[in-house]
Write a protein of this length. Structure first.
Length: 442
């Protein structure tokens, strides 16, 4: 009897341990007191994988930075894998995602609400593109992808080749794939936009009639935010082109402010951008004149202690200098570069001997809580700019410093005239946040 009990307890402990590990790898977490718009929407979610090829692109990695610039640049067919979350009906396959940790070697499973290959819903929905950092992959912001799909968006998250956990390289003297990222990030974003637009009109495609690519939002994290700024019209500086660890032989000049190639880049189908911790201003990738070229409303999200992109000399300065458009800056006070964007840390990253847990974690803030806050504000932002939902403006017109908001409620739950606490947040649960606005021309 005692041995039977012991075996039962052992089996139960193993099962509980496995279940707990999988629970830690969920991307759909909702913390108690998450802000109102973080909650999943009422639509079922489908997910599918696209394998795309952009032919005849400049092969930045094949250009030797130590040799003379070749007369003819080498080209290749650039492969891009894209994960698409979309509004669906009913259920289909499982909800497990197979991917890799930050180390590019450890295989992991993620779990969310999206059903693989589910039947698309009726109706036509705005498109949202998601662009990861360097390195990253298409699942790094999967929590946001499926959350938005449940609210009536088609979301395409890109694996940027030579910039994923499995394809980036670093050498002592030359960031081999960093130059490729600088040159290709915007081209990748626009190529995927073109491909999705074509599939929206292609008979037999699951996206046929489902997505309105003429009404697109672009979300980028770190180097994805760098790319979003360029795609939106922010041309780079001469200093950026000459970076010693950048693209060899002035290949980045295609994105130089004022150049014919960059002037032709912005796409009118992109109506707004959201940039988490966009990299580059702390390295003078742009100057004020170049950033004034951004052409669409922008929401910036950053940690005030961003150790990668910088805050005062980085993200905040970008926000200040994109003077051509209305823009907002959401700040997580005391958070670092991971503010709001990466999914919760997978359990495998916390095991002894495995590196890279800091890729997902923040020293001060809980990752899932930051994800929920990002989901809340991005929902309000995209609903306003892509769905013309004017009611969402109230979630963005806030006292700039949340800690200065006043909670003043009547016994019946209604608010008194002096109430100024952030809409959508429970009392006390907006602490440590700031949301500031600048209008075009400021």
């Amino acid at each position: 009897m005692r041995n039977t009990v012991r075996r039962g307890l052992l089996v139960g402990a193993i099962t509980l341990s496995a279940t707990a590990a999988m629970a830690q790898n969920r991307i759909d977490g909702q913390r108690p007191y998450a802000p109102e718009l973080a909650a999943y929407g009422g639509m079922e979610i489908g997910v599918r994988t696209l394998e795309l090829v952009n032919p005849g692109q400049v092969n930045v990695l094949a250009v030797d930075p130590t040799a003379d610039k070749p007369e003819t640049l080498p080209t290749y067919d650039r492969e891009l894998t894209v994960e698409v979350w979309y509004p669906a009906t009913g259920t289909a396959g499982d909800t497990v995602i197979q991917t890799y940790l930050r180390d590019g070697q450890t295989e992991i499973e993620l779990a969310g609400k999206a059903q693989r290959d589910a039947e698309p819903a009726q109706g036509t929905y705005p498109l949202v593109l998601i662009s990861h950092g360097w390195p990253g992959n298409r699942f790094l912001m999967s929590h946001l992808g499926e959350n938005l799909a449940s609210k009536g968006y088609v979301v395409a998250s890109i694996d940027h080749n030579e910039s994923t956990y499995r394809t980036f390289q670093v050498s002592d003297s030359y960031f081999a794939t960093f130059g490729s990222t600088l040159v290709n990030r915007s081209y990748d974003q626009l190529f995927v936009l073109d491909q999705i637009a074509g599939m929206a009109e292609e008979e037999g495609s699951f996206l046929n009639g489902l997505v309105d690519a003429s009404n697109t939002g672009l979300i980028g994290y770190s180097m994805g935010g760098y790319g979003a700024l360029i795609t939106a019209g922010g041309g780079v500086s001469d200093e950026a082109i000459e970076l010693p660890f950048g693209a060899a032989h002035d290949l980045l000049a295609v994105h130089k402010a004022g150049s014919d190639t960059h002037e032709a880049l912005p796409d009118p189908r992109i109506k707004t951008i959201v940039a988490f911790g966009p990299w580059g201003r702390n390295w003078n990738m742009w100057d004020a004149e170049g950033l004034s070229g951004v052409q669409v409303p922008a929401l910036f999200i950053a940690g005030s202690m961003d150790e990668v992109s910088g805050y005062e000399t980085g993200v905040r300065k970008i926000w200040e200098e994109t003077t051509g458009v209305d823009r907002a800056l959401l700040t997580f006070d005391n958070a670092g570069h991971n503010a709001g964007a990466p999914m919760p840390v997978p359990a495998e990253a916390l095991e002894p001997g495995v590196t890279g847990s800091d890729h997902y974690l923040d020293a001060v803030w809980d990752t899932t809580r930051m994800n929920n806050i990002s989901q809340h504000f991005i929902t309000a932002w995209l609903d306003m700019h892509l769905k013309a939902d004017g009611e969402k403006q109230a979630y963005l017109d806030l006292v700039p410093v949340a800690n200065e908001g006043v909670w003043a409620a009547n016994d019946d739950g209604s608010f008194k005239p002096e109430h100024s606490y952030w809409k959508g947040f429970a009392e006390g649960w907006a602490r440590g946040l700031r949301l500031e606005w600048l209008e075009a021309g400021e």
